[in-house]
Write a protein that binds this ligand. Sequence first.
Ligand SMILES: Cc1cc2nc3c(=O)[nH]c(=O)nc-3n(C[C@H](O)[C@H](O)[C@H](O)COP(=O)(O)OP(=O)(O)OC[C@H]3O[C@@H](n4cnc5c(N)ncnc54)[C@H](O)[C@@H]3O)c2cc1C
Length: 542
Amino acid sequence: MVHFKLFNRFDLREYMFNGMLSTPLNDEKSERLMNARFEATLPSSMDVLIVGAGISGIGSAYYLQERNPNKSYAIIEARDSIGGTWDLFRYPGIRSDSDLFTFAYAFKPWKSNQSIASGELIMDYLRETVKENGIDKHIHFHHKLISAAWSSSEARWQVEIERSDTGQRIQVSCKWLISASGYYRYDEGFTPDFAGRERFQGQIVHPQFWPQDLNYTGKKVVVIGSGATAVTLVPSMASKAAHVTMLQRTPTYIVPVPSQDPLSNTLRDYLPENIAYKITRGKNILMQRAIFDLCQRFPDQSRKALRYLNSRYLPKDYPVDTHFNPPYNPWDQRLCTVPDADLFKTLKDGKASIVTDKIAQFTETGIQLESGQYLDADIIVTATGLKLQAFGGATMSVDGVPVNTAEKVAYRGMMLSGVPNFSFVIGYTNSSWTLKVGVLSEQLCKLLAYMDKKGYATCIPEFDGSEMDTRPLLDFAAGYVKRAANDLPRQGMNAPWLMSMSYLGDLRLLKTTPLIDKHLRFGYRAKTAKHRVTTKAKAAVV
Ligand SMILES: Cc1cc2nc3c(=O)[nH]c(=O)nc-3n(C[C@H](O)[C@H](O)[C@H](O)COP(=O)(O)OP(=O)(O)OC[C@H]3O[C@@H](n4cnc5c(N)ncnc54)[C@H](O)[C@@H]3O)c2cc1C
């Protein structure tokens, strides 16, 4: 006991563990082993249960413990590591698409010179965040949420968890459930059915399941796709491969961005770290929004500007309009960024090329295209996307009635109509995901504090279907979003039922509109369901 008082849990683990090893392990390996050996038991009940220890779950935990320190909480994580996306994806060159001055949390300055950062740097940042805020003590690895059943009489969620290492099932209960489980399946990526796939004699790799021993030195590689993953992989693999071909059916807008932020690097020489961070972050938030708005308001001019930018980095006779001219307007789908124009340099050097065509079939030695062109390949990488999934694949019920998520409407982009004491974290798709984590956490912490003050035990958003039409939750034209639109909840046409994608708009809404409105029904906890009293909220600014 004395030791636990003298050391925080992490120091103690390091102290004990280092003594057992003759050769030190690298950070990540030792972290995983320590997690496995010293993991505390998940309490049988808590105020708040957070599902997922990715960037959203960690951010949610930070705000919760800062703003509502009276709440007990735990994070369950299906895998053996924090980081979610940034730990899962291990393909060559894995990096952010967003600048880290907006992708990092508001509460923890991004200190690296790299504005577009590698997966490894992002993981270091997240490890530091959980460690220095004591969030690591609340994380339970290998705990996968299977189902959550709401009981109105108990005013609690009964949660079923599977130990993903032992298969053991555990039941715990909580007063509030936060799903921070990301938006896609971890066990499966998306790959279209390619005719003749089984005939191919080389290796087919999906970026979500990258074999760490994949040897592509001197090999002919075809990367199928045109999204963020494909444009990252092509220049990274080209340094070792004989040649890399990016095979796309439809082009994407690709924007060269500097990998470092000159303003941040200058400010940091003169100002304290957190002030320099705030200024750079503010500048980037405004810039992101301005670019998005410009693209939406002036699509033709934006298209021309992007075309000009692309052609500047490409050889004179390069067919820019064939490979860099999407059939949709800029920002109807997410723009892809390439740091320091790396993709363009690789194309210019001839180490990689782009082919825009349709696949007729795979053959023993490559890919036959519909145009008649043939691509020889030793390795085919299917950078064809993700399989979207709501709420980590867990099922939910309310008083024994299964929740059909596709019929639910999102309230303030964080709760679901008819589902009590439940919130979820889905970030922005048109700017840095994490900006929304801050907004949602702020809303939730205020709501929880309001409920405590009033003595309420339950909160349910109520959507009156006759009030307005609904549309898909993620109103984004990308293929992977469209494929899943019917499995995801929906959003309304107006606030508070909108899934806002504007950080500045969200900030304005937080400041100017009451968080508690007529759409929320609150209830007290009573000994029996019969005595439960409910009340519709009167608008109150909290
Ligand atoms: C390759 C790639 C690059 C990206 N780059 C950017 C970028 O540059 N900028 C940007 O804004 N966005 C980017 N995104 C989107 C990105 O996913 C988010 O920015 C962010 O990392 C998502 O964090 P998250 O915590 O919400 O979800 P995730 O990172 O997916 O983490 C979810 C966590 O929940 C756990 N989990 C899931 N289901 C369960 C369950 N049932 N029980 C217990 N645990 C569960 C998972 O194991 C995981 O650890 C990128 C996405 C990908 C795939």
